[in-house]
Design a protein around this ligand. Structure first.
Ligand SMILES: *Cc1c(COP(=O)(O)O)cnc(C)c1O
Length: 382
């Protein structure tokens, strides 16, 4: 069994994806081809924001968002302690100090009450300027943006939404990637909407930030003169080289159609099979809050603290069932933050989650039989 069955998805979409790859190869418009613009427009329309700017990967997307917001040295950026490394790596890469905040035990997302406590502490200490929040839509479920936005407004913080795992989710119909002042996503192959390599995108309603982001993505080019064919070589700021390849955009166009036509429904059905089948099995199944819709980047259960997770994981592997630990280490304990102020965090929930979580194989193409097999083998091990 595959953890996320990308070969199966390719089998289903093969003719369209092959056609797309060959079309780009024969046109030789490998960089900034027409598919890139077409994809950006569809994604912006779907999310319901004015601008989508694609880039090289989800990590660059966050770094570029931080740079466009002017976040840097001396700034504190509040980041959940339970997330993928990039969420904290990128603010640090821009010179800011990530301050890690504990998460909600049920949703795995940043706890807005602890966020406010932490913001107050940083302001009182006075060493850093409280500047921004990087909220993460972990495992596919959007964070609690109503409460997070209230904290941001109260303390004058910018809000960045890291929706690398959240694309396709929504809260009462308002789409993930539309909650932040700037939002980012990733098209890494295993994400809810993945391409065939690295890719990412940045979303914003702000015309000014959109221009700035387009400039940063291409070596700080002058975006003020779109009619000047040489403006690309007029570099008005230090930027990066961060673009989505045309071939990836062309692959994403049919994949995005499948994603919205049926994959999101199907993966939600697969998740409900797990939740039903693992009821009373002695594990805690993921909780999706009322009005929230997940795109299920992961299906993550919590094992009892007394159970031997390593044994369960390796026994499942013997049965041909891959299960993964996302994440085994709290951000504030990562070696990269050793001896920095980012290492100082009070996050008992995250520490507990890191010891008990286990992510089970999920994707829109899983069959009832496959899920029933995982459920029965897991029940046998508990
Ligand atoms: C995957 C991921 C990223 C980084 O995306 P890449 O495209 O791999 O650079 C950032 N944040 C979170 C929460 C992620 O899961």
């Amino acid at each position: 069994m595959q953890f996320r069955d990308l070969p199966k998805q390719y089998e289903v979409l093969k003719s369209q994806i092959d056609e797309a790859m060959i079309r780009v190869a024969s046109s030789a418009r490998f960089i900034s081809g027409p598919e890139v613009k077409e994809l950006e427009k569809s994604l912006a329309d779907y999310v319901g924001v004015k601008h989508c700017i694609t880039c090289a990967n989800g990590t660059d997307a966050i770094t570029i968002a931080m740079r466009a917001m002017g976040v840097g040295k001396g700034d504190a950026v509040f980041v959940p302690d339970f997330t993928f490394f990039s969420s904290g790596e990128c603010p640090a890469d821009e010179g800011a100090t990530p301050i890690f905040v504990d998460v909600d035990e049920e949703t795995f997302n940043i706890d807005p009450v602890k966020l406010e406590e932490t913001v107050k502490r940083i302001i009182a200490e006075g060493k850093y300027k409280a500047r921004a929040v990087v909220a993460v839509d972990l495992f596919g479920q959007p964070a609690d943006y109503e409460a997070i936005r209230t904290v941001c407004d109260k303390y004058g913080l910018l809000l960045m939404e890291d929706a690398a795992q959240g694309f396709g989710g929504n809260i009462n119909g308002k789409m993930a990637c539309s909650f932040g002042d700037i939002a980012t996503t990733s098209f890494f192959p295993a994400k809810p909407l993945g391409c065939y390599g690295d890719g990412g995108a940045i979303f914003t309603d702000s015309d000014e930030w959109a221009d700035l982001i387009r400039s940063i993505c291409v070596h700080g080019k002058d975006t003020g003169n779109p009619d000047d064919p040489n403006a690309k070589y007029n570099n008005i700021r230090i930027g990066k080289n961060s673009r989505l390849d045309t071939i990836q955009a062309a692959i994403l166009i049919p994949k995005f159609k499948a994603f919205t036509d049926y994959e999101l429904d199907d993966i939600n059905r697969v998740a409900s099979w797990y939740t039903e089948g693992l009821k009373d099995a002695g594990v805690v199944t993921p909780k999706i809050s009322d009005g929230y819709y997940s795109s299920w980047a992961q299906y993550t259960i919590k094992l009892p603290e007394s159970s031997d997770r390593k044994m369960i994981q390796s026994k499942l592997k013997e049965y041909g069932i891959p299960a993964m630990v996302y994440y085994a280490k709290p951000m504030h304990l990562q070696g990269a933050f050793k001896d920095t102020d980012s290492a100082m965090a009070d996050c008992p929930i995250t520490e507990k989650l890191c010891k008990t979580v286990l992510s089970l194989p999920i994707d829109p193409y899983k069959t009832r039989e496959e899920i029933d097999l995982v459920i029965s083998k897991l029940r046998g091990l508990l």
